[in-house]
Design a protein around this ligand. Structure first.
Ligand SMILES: [Zn+2]
Length: 342
């Protein structure tokens, strides 16, 4: 590969070309500039300017440490980033304080590039190799991305024609009950992943416990994510009845045996089947993914398959999330927790 991984019409094409900066959000501007920037191989010089412009776009109205709203502007940092003083706790902060960008080890443009890769199905190994990042950087950046994506599916509500089906994912031998190897035939040794798709292109994929679906786990997984009165297209899994009853859904169900061998055009569950196929491929690429992280990987997969379509727009959306969420993950803390050293 020649270092160009984006399959876009021209080197600098973005979804926001021809739109003035005044009509764009700080995250859209920084993603656009970072993207052009990488192509022009002027990465470092531009990203420093870009970080201040981006961070200052998120003006703060309260202190991220104590929540006090008696704050005032307090000069700028060397790179131009706005500094504030809190009258409550008498400490200063910047727009990045309390976010994943807090420790300055994460230049925004580099993270944008990282996200664009992550949203393109690349394996962690490939991402590390291609960018010559150190082997410790990629997992840490991924951990930051996972933190920002927690809850990203909370607001997903499927409506219209909703297809659902569960995917059973075998646990790695080390994660099975009692650590038994080679006993994958037990249903309890598989994670049940609830997958749903609607006719507007929205998808949901959440963990629904271990083993065969029960009514209560079915409700926990799908219940908050399907609009009342929608049409539910599904197989004859008993547990689904709880959704039909409580959400007054119109149920259209098929026997799995009757769908075997049908091609996509004739299969009424083709959309959710296709999602299972993509998910399987995704899990295969990220073969390192373990039980503790399944929810995080599913959130990432959800961003990949849901709107907006453009990876750049996805990156801008996630940057906005990162700047609005009080989560940070200092390098030392991350590697301290994971028992690694640099
Ligand atoms: Zn304060």
């Amino acid at each position: 590969m020649s270092g160009k991984r984006w399959h876009v019409p021209s080197a600098s094409a973005t979804p926001w070309d021809g739109i003035g900066d005044d009509d764009l959000t700080p995250s859209q501007i920084v993603v656009r500039d970072s993207h052009r920037d990488v192509y022009e191989f002027r990465h470092r010089a531009l990203s420093e300017v870009g970080d201040a412009g981006f961070l200052n776009g998120y003006a703060r109205d309260r202190c991220p440490r104590c929540g006090c709203d008696r704050i005032q502007r307090w000069g700028r940092e060397q790179g131009g980033v706005q500094r504030y003083m809190c009258r409550g706790c008498r400490r200063t902060f910047t727009p990045s304080t309390g976010t994943i960008f807090e420790d300055h080890k994460l230049p925004v443009a580099d993270w944008v590039e990282f996200m664009v890769q992550a949203f393109g199905f690349e394996s962690l190994e490939a991402m590390t190799r291609e960018d010559r990042r150190s082997g410790t950087t990629t997992p840490w950046w991924m951990a930051k991305l996972f933190l920002v994506l927690r809850g990203v599916q909370d607001g997903v509500v499927l409506s219209g024609e909703v297809q659902i089906d569960e995917k059973m994912h075998p646990l790695a031998a080390k994660d099975r009950a009692g650590g038994r190897a080679g006993m994958g035939a037990y249903s309890k040794d598989k994670v049940c992943i609830a997958v749903g798709c609607d006719d507007a292109g929205r998808s949901l994929m959440v963990r629904a416990g271990l083993g065969k679906l029960s009514k209560s786990r079915c409700w926990d997984a799908y219940g908050g994510h399907i609009e009342r009165g929608s049409t539910l297209v599904h197989d004859r899994e008993n547990a689904h009845s709880v959704l039909v009853d409580r959400l007054a859904l119109k149920s259209v169900s098929y026997r799995s045996a009757d769908l075997k061998g049908l091609d996509d055009r004739r299969n009424p569950l083709s959309r959710v089947n296709h999602m299972h196929f993509l998910l399987k491929e995704f899990m295969h690429r990220h073969s390192g993914f373990d039980r503790d992280r399944i929810d995080d990987w599913l959130n990432l997969f959800s961003v990949i398959v849901n709107p907006p379509d453009s990876r750049l727009e996805k990156a801008a959306m996630v940057l906005d999330r990162a700047m609005s969420l009080p989560v940070s993950l200092p390098y030392r803390e991350y590697y301290g927790q994971n028992g690694c050293s640099e």
